[in-house]
Design a protein around this ligand. Sequence first.
Ligand code: SF4
Length: 436
Amino acid sequence: MKTFYIETFGCQMNAHDSEKVVGTLMAQGYTQVETPDEAELVFYNTCSIRDKAEQKVFSRLQQFKKDGKGKKFAVLGCVAQQEGERIFEKAPHVSLVCGSASYTKLPDLLVQLETGNKRVTGLSLDTDQTFDTPLTRRDNPYRAYITIIEGCDKSCAYCVVPMTRGPERSRTSVSVMKEAGDLARAGYTEIQLLGQNVNSYRDPSAAGWDFAKLLDEAGRVPGIRRVRFTTSHPRDFVKEIIDAIGENPALCNHVHLPVQSGSSKVLDAMQRQYTRDEYMRRIEWMKSARRPIAISTDIIVGFPGETEADFEQTLALLDEVGYDSIFSFKYSQRPNTPALRLDGHVPEEEKTRRLMILQEKQRAIQIKQNAVYVAQVEECLVEGFNQATGQWIGRTSQNKTLNFLRRGGDDDLRGRYVEARVTRAGPNSLAGECVN
Ligand code: SF4
């Protein structure tokens, strides 16, 4: 029996890539196991977004090696693409290095490994195929990811993704809609359309759908009750997306629109291709939508050249938008990115100070934002049960966690849609009681 173990880091794209890799391996006769100890082949799907990503990968590979006698090791993902064959020099126990744009070649690469090749690589970025496999083994029984576009044609100054995932490749709308229909028939009710920049989706077939059309149509697939999407780029985010959400109740009323900075000067240095005013125009579309839309974002503090005044513009933006949640990070240098050439390095302790101020401010905003839901009844998809508190864990259309109690009835609610009245609101979640 051929066994494998896979460990995954990073974004939803990586998580979904691992689901595809698992399905591909199983179709090749491999069996997935729960620990590296039990596996013959250990896969490590890496992410290079965070600070010191490469060091972390090599230190994890060393840990694997300690008990790894007789095993083979494979490195996938962004660090695999970025470091390439250097991985073999730094970690000679690794036998396979493969970037995400080459996962379609995995069956061939596995055969090479099995036939005794010591070092096998899949590092080509010039693929014209998307990794569209019916073999995907999904981790979540209720929500399924669907990749609609791979790669990225932007060149944000801090980002390695265009180098590690290659240029944009959209799937045909027929292929996306078929996957959505198959998922609905398999019992999934929530789908999430994925891409580094879903807004730049362009149907390569004659139908020529744009992202707003694809989103709207995904929300009309019989059996699909919720559609989410991530992630967006403000430059390509058009009003038709908001119009579709306003009119189609299956489209979740939550938009994640990364801003990165509230200062147009910093946005320019980041090569983000929009100004603060242009970003705010998109926020205004959301604020005047037919249904209230929850908004979340990503923010980087301490980008080279960011002054105190620039940072204050970011703080002011938090107030102006009233985000429902943010993901915030200190800028860190990534290999081969344009930002490496910029002056105006912000000291580490100053970045830490800014990040703490930003997060404290956002926490206060979230308390206010979430308080609005108290006494309202919200529909949630039930995702789990907390034994310790006796609460069910639900997610609202606005992507808020709603922990709720249910009086009477002992049937399993997981995977079902229930209504719960919100009785309390904290900065990160809501609490309530089931009303049906
Ligand atoms: S849009 Fe910018 S931040 Fe997002 S993946 Fe592309 S280059 Fe990176």
